[in-house]
Design a protein around this ligand. Structure first.
Ligand code: IMP
Length: 509
């Protein structure tokens, strides 16, 4: 009998608690996914796991993702392609389902090296898709066709990656090892397929020139010097590492609302941002993943177009705020005064929705890590999270940025959706194309006056913050094990060892 089974038996634990205890002590392959619109703080969770796990594997998305990691001293590193293990000299894998902008990936490594990071082993899947000069115009074409309904992408040509996939015309990382003649046989048909689009864009005055297949072939060959040192069969390496009992954390990009099938169509990205997609994206079996961690933040954010059910103000206001009031996003007196006045107004109930939204946007410095656009902010949205939990089935949740709620006397939380006068069944979404017509039912939960900033222990969190987290666990029927309390690496309290399911975990070795 294993130690966890023994402990569980002694305490006559429920099977759910036993399952949770097993995962914590014995979990080997964890996947970390965002449960909202991306930017939930997955980078912080991955950075934490990078210390415990032997390696990390980025499995989807492309340059549209951006993770900000701050060490104990607040030194900041920005990652777009590489998982946080790269900061600790541990192996970093980039899987086949990642869309790689080779020049940007190279620049990312150069920047990290110039910041003194000792880069460990890197493996880039030989079949990962790579960006060419054609991908940008493909994205421009799809957005232009949609006119006023454009998705508002991050400009990283993710749709072009998916378009070429769907046309069975993917351009792979190992294509850089081919001769120009070989490449031309791959590229000429792609050029033929794309030319009508480019010509249409040209007629609309949106594209003046585009590269020939010959030029694109030369560019791809030009990536050889960088790529050839890293090209690998990452699925096989991952499989071997698992056989070898290594612990691996798999890193998703974006969030559930942006997942192409199960997100809020058509305002989605095109990577596998959900836990079930991770195994396929990594090229391993489903049963090899034993732990799923879902990340969310108490004030969700969104960039780009499309419904954001719990949005506080309007998209335009949030997009424009950093342009109109740039100083509010920089540390200083103006920012401090604004935050104090806005918080006071929220607490006495006199803040307009614009002021309340601006308060959270400024407090969280909510600017897109990739695009620099102002992120729109919303109230914590339980119906959405219940749906995201249903489609990801996380073992645990991680809540980040809990300090965003410090000093708010009553925390507004969306509890249900109503459409056409009826409450929408828990864990489901009504017609995805009508989500912008949803009415929100909400409640207020008691907040706290004290600061949670930089708190490192569950027991040091204000009583009401603990109560809030316990209340969320009950609402979401899932344990919250990770509580982010600030941007730095050590601004975190981990509940699993001492507090989550207290009965189950007290005294565990
Ligand atoms: P794309 O991924 O650039 O094609 O953009 C599609 C939609 O997903 C747009 O609304 C983007 O703003 C959004 N999006 C893509 N990646 C991220 C991300 O990492 N964080 C937040 N939003 C994202």
């Amino acid at each position: 009998m294993s130690i966890t089974e023994e402990v569980a038996q002694k305490r006559a634990l429920s099977s759910a608690a036993l399952k949770a205890a097993r995962r914590i002590l014995n979990g080997q392959v964890a996947v970390v996914v965002g449960l909202q619109w991306g930017d939930e703080g997955k980078g912080k969770v991955m950075d934490y796991l990078a210390e415990i796990y032997d390696a990390e594997f980025r499995f989807s998305g492309g340059g549209n993702a951006g993770h900000t990691v701050k060490d104990e001293d607040g030194n900041q590193k920005i990652l777009h392609f590489f998982p946080a293990s790269v900061l600790r000299g541990k192996p970093a894998y980039i899987g086949r389902d990642v869309f790689l902008d080779v020049e940007k990936a190279q620049a990312e490594l150069d920047t990290l090296r110039s910041q003194g990071v000792t880069i460990g082993p890197i493996y880039i899947d030989r079949g990962a898709s790579i960006r060419t000069s054609w991908h940008g115009p493909i994205e421009a074409f799809t957005e232009w066709c949609k006119g006023n309904n454009a998705v508002g992408t991050t400009g990283q040509a993710i749709v072009a990656y998916a378009v070429l996939n769907a046309m069975r015309m993917r351009i792979r990382a190992d294509d850089c090892m081919r001769t120009k003649e070989e490449l031309l046989t791959i590229l000429k048909p792609i050029e033929k397929a794309l030319c009508p689009w480019f010509e249409e864009l040209n007629r609309a005055g949106k594209l003046t020139r585009w590269d020939s297949a010959g030029k694109v072939a030369e560019d791809i060959i030009g990536y050889r010097g960088f790529l050839q040192q890293y090209l690998a069969d990452t699925s096989k390496l991952l499989h071997d590492a698992i056989q070898d009992d290594q612990r691996i954390a798999l890193e998703g990009a974006q969030g559930s609302a942006l997942q192409p099938l199960w997100g809020i169509e058509p305002f989605v990205s095109l990577g596998q941002s959900n836990a079930p997609g991770a195994a396929n994206s990594c090229g391993i079996g489903l049963k090899q993943i034993d732990t799923v961690i879902g990340v969310f933040k108490p004030i969700p954010t969104k960039v780009g177009a499309g419904p954001f059910m719990s949005e506080i103000a309007t998209r335009e206001e949030c997009t424009n705020l950093p342009k109109i009031w740039p100083n509010l996003f920089k540390d200083g007196l103006e920012r401090t005064n604004f935050l104090e006045i806005a918080r006071h107004k929220i607490n006495i109930g006199s803040a307009s929705s614009s002021e309340e939204s601006a308060y959270y946007q400024v407090l969280g410095k909510e600017l897109g890590a990739t695009s620099g656009r102002g992120r729109s902010v919303g109230y914590l949205d339980l119906p959405w999270l219940r749906y995201a939990i249903r489609i990801n089935d996380p073992d645990y949740l991680a809540i980040t940025k809990i300090d965003m709620l410090d000093g708010i006397s009553r925390i507004r939380v969306i509890t249900d959706y109503m459409l056409d006068g009826e409450v929408v069944a828990s864990g489901t979404l009504p017609d995805e194309r009508r989500l912008d017509q949803i009415e929100q039912l909400y409640t207020y939960v008691a907040g706290w006056n004290e600061s949670t900033y930089a708190c490192k222990s569950w027991h040091d969190l204000p009583h009401n913050a603990q109560q809030f987290i316990r209340w969320l666990e009950a609402q979401l029927e899932t344990s919250i094990i990770f509580v982010g309390t600030g941007p730095n690496r050590d601004h975190v309290t981990i509940r699993e060892l001492v507090d989550a399911n207290e009965e189950a975990f007290r005294d565990l070795p």
